[in-house]
Design a binder for this molecule. Sequence first.
Ligand SMILES: [Cu+2]
Length: 276
Amino acid sequence: MSPTRRTTRRSLARRRVPRAAALALLLATATACANDVPEADWSRGLLPDHITEEAGVVQSLWNGAWIAALATGAVVIVLILWASFFHRKRRAKAELPPQVRYNLPIEMLYTLIPLVMVSVFFFFTARDSEVLSKVDGDATVKVKVEAYQWSWRFTTTVNGKTLPPVAGVPVNDFHQGPQLVLPTKTKVEFDLSTDDVIHSFWVPEFLFKRDVIPGIPEDNPGRKFQINTLDRTGVFAGRCAELCGVDHSRMLFSVKLVDKPDWDQYLATQQAGSAQ
Ligand SMILES: [Cu+2]
């Protein structure tokens, strides 16, 4: 290596090391800032711990898809290694190995195996989509979600009685955004609407999000979805998952799951507030 090239390399390295360090620092601080990112666990395939029954369906679909993908990957890697170790070109033999193109059984196998795999994925995805998009219409708690640039308005109706709406403004911390209070172990129906641009209603712990599209009539089932909350109390971050304008990232809200006594107390204060 010539001395000039060595110097260039050294100066390149000298420039790259601080840059890499700066990038590492940026990544570390960026993760530290995001206080609304739920804890992901390897045992759940890096998904957050869910708070709805429906999310359990998503979790099993996710697990199954990963198991199938990893098993397929393992078989492919073993076949590649087997071929490269046991079917190497031998120096003594110059002629071509037996050629298998236009071999009908093998070609059929190449076509059928992927078809079967895609069909299996399709079957489970279609089956679970059906469950996730099912709306019974008999939920005691119904939430009208109105998305706008750049926050949310939640209007909750409990047994036919409508509570005062909760509306928000763009914020940097989800705790400051509008809060949707819901009871645990209850069926909740959502109706999503917007008047401006497309938003997307997303609570990571629901393991579900749905686009909120302007101009969809009220009777369209695509506007609605339902959840059955689990017995897990807490405050969970929600956000818009569709780039909708300058303050899209500040379109934060929270969902607070409360148990029966707290829910009754919440209803009492809300109803007293609306009666005034
Ligand atoms: Cu949005």
